[in-house]
Design a protein around this ligand. Sequence first.
Ligand code: FAD
Length: 306
Amino acid sequence: VFDMLVVGGGPAGAAAAIYSARKGLVTGIVADKFGGQVAETVGIENFISVSKTEGPKLVANLEAHVKDYDVDIMQNQRALSLAKNGLFDVTLESGATLSSKTIILATGARWREMNVPGEQEYRNKGVAYCPHCDGPLFKGKRVAVIGGGNSGIEAAIDLANIVEHVTVLEFDSKLRADEVLQRKAKSMGNITIITQAMTTEVKGDGTRVTSLIYTDRATGESNTVTLAGIFVQIGLVPNTEWLKGVVDMTPRGEIIVDERGQTSIPGVFAAGDVTNTPYKQIIIAMGSGATASLGAFDYLIRHSEE
Ligand code: FAD
């Protein structure tokens, strides 16, 4: 039986496990893929105090730091359900069940993809998902933002201050972003907004993105936009399908947490991109992992009868 079982091995889960082990608690991490989204990242330049690192290197550092402590790491294991039977039981895809006094949910999120030819090939070679992370790499260049919701228009405004020009492509006939964001975007001289645009292909020269092709849904015409970068902003999907009906979530499926990281179930905490935190970043995920772990520790010292 664990005192604290962390589900998810990204930055949030790793931070939670280290804080737990340092309290002398019996700690486990169960993760589908240790490292999470960081494993898919190339350059990281906003992890404060480290000027520049790479995803796989940061993952190796995370793993080494966790292994400094007595943490039971169970990799390549997917959690399928969570139930309370006195203790909390997490059932894995393998059929095994893990029991723990407290749970930290840190299963992260995934960016919704366009699913068009060239997107995978040019991922990290011009196709990007995070303007806070990769915006500065396109300084002085032309980029597109796919998606005209709040995150797309926020990204366009953010990028317009760095890059030469931003083309926003929205599938629908109108933008879905808040009016105030639309006004701001339209007031900037270097943002062009195209609606009824269905992106059909990402083109490149083998090493970098060079253009994208979209169909004008009104006329059926195919058009080319020459550019160096494409920011896909059509949604970040939390990995909470397995928790539906178990903990309270926002309509978008993000786990709702309080300031201590506690969910709607006392003893079950959550951290990182899987929660309703408004900003999804490595440094924020780590901070919230520490918060959730300390929250769970507080819960344990108040609820374990010994
Ligand atoms: P994740 O990193 O998503 O980790 C989730 C963990 O849960 C993984 O171990 C996963 O395998 C596991 N998991 C999921 N479902 C289950 C399940 N059912 N059972 C068991 N385990 C499960 N942020 C920055 O700060 N700087 C950057 O430069 C940067 N660049 C990025 C580039 C890319 C391409 C991407 C995709 C993201 C980038 N981000 C960046 C965002 C950053 O990676 C995330 O904010 C951060 O990784 C979130 O951490 P997390 O621990 O909450 O979740």
